[in-house]
Write a protein that binds this ligand. Structure first.
Ligand code: ADP
Length: 266
């Protein structure tokens, strides 16, 4: 198992952060934010210092997933400079563009503006020392991804997909973005989310609603690790809506799934 403790490259931001993990997906709606949020919680549950940046600038969902939609971070002066203070929930330092925009209005930003706003949330915020800094990236491949890769020494990327054909095709592109000639971000592996559904009254049955083991097969064909298969479970969805991620309950099946995922990343 590889250790991701790589030395930050000179000139990149956040040298006091040990590991920067980017969570991405090819398509939207596959559970990228759910995985990022629960991974952050599972790492914090293990006693690590964790930060979470919601970089999904066009659909920030981290504030809702942590029940901090109304938080408005303030600034404090550190060494003569105004620094944004991240919101803290469940022991995790959180920032999201969602804290700074009206949550009911669409954010219509050109790529450059969005990238600048994100740079500010990274460079002008008091993240302090962190063991893990989890980035919830926007879906797809964009300028924002390139900016983040150039700004931060990303230790590794996780790509989330469902087993469905259309999602897999886009996940393949996402992996290619991290491993092409210009960007050298190690891909930690794939997470197959919504892998199957098991009804409560038929606990032995698995229904492969989005197809069977598509993520596993893609990981095999690309030679990347399959970090986990997460079933469709109502509590995962409800936990996200209520602001109480399932990873806070490590004794449940879903909590254990995310604990295992965190162990693959450590
Ligand atoms: P993305 O970040 O890829 O757009 P989200 O994490 O916002 O996706 O997830 C999309 C929706 O699916 C959310 O309502 C979320 O609660 C739900 N969801 C994600 N993963 C699961 C799962 N394994 N079981 C049940 N619901 C899930």
């Amino acid at each position: 198992k590889s250790k991701q403790l790589q030395q930050p490259e000179p000139g990149k931001l956040l040298p006091q952060v040990k590991n920067i993990i980017a969570v991405s997906s090819g398509k939207g709606g596959v559970g990228k934010s759910t995985v990022a949020a629960n991974l952050a919680v599972a790492l914090a549950q293990k006693g690590y210092k964790v930060g979470l940046l919601d970089a999904d600038i066009f659909g920030p969902s981290v504030p809702k997933m942590f029940g901090v939609e109304d938080a408005r971070p303030f600034a404090e002066e550190i060494n003569g400079k105004d620094m944004i203070v991240p919101v803290e929930k469940y022991g995790i330092k959180i920032l999201s563009i969602g804290f700074f925009v009206d949550k009911d209005s669409a954010v219509v930003w050109r790529g450059g503006m969005a990238s600048n706003a994100l740079k500010q949330l990274i460079a002008d915020a008091n993240w302090d020392e962190l063991d893990y800094f989890v980035l919830d990236l926007p879906p797809g491949t964009s300028d924002i991804h390139l900016t983040l890769v150039q700004t931060l020494a990303i230790s590794g990327a996780i790509v989330v997909t469902t087993p469905q054909e259309v999602a897999l095709a886009d996940a393949r592109k996402g992996i290619d973005m991290f491993t092409n000639d210009k960007v050298h971000v190690p891909v930690l592996g794939l997470v197959e989310n919504m892998a199957w559904f098991t009804p409560a009254e038929l606990p032995e049955n698995k229904y492969f609603i989005f197809g069977k083991e598509g993520g596993k097969k893609l990981a095999e064909s690309l030679g990347v690790r399959l970090l986990g298969q997460i079933p469709i479970v109502q509590s995962i969805c409800e936990g996200g809506d209520k602001g109480v991620p399932v990873a806070l309950s490590p004794n449940t099946i879903t909590g254990k799934a995310f604990e295992k995922l965190a162990e693959q990343v450590i």
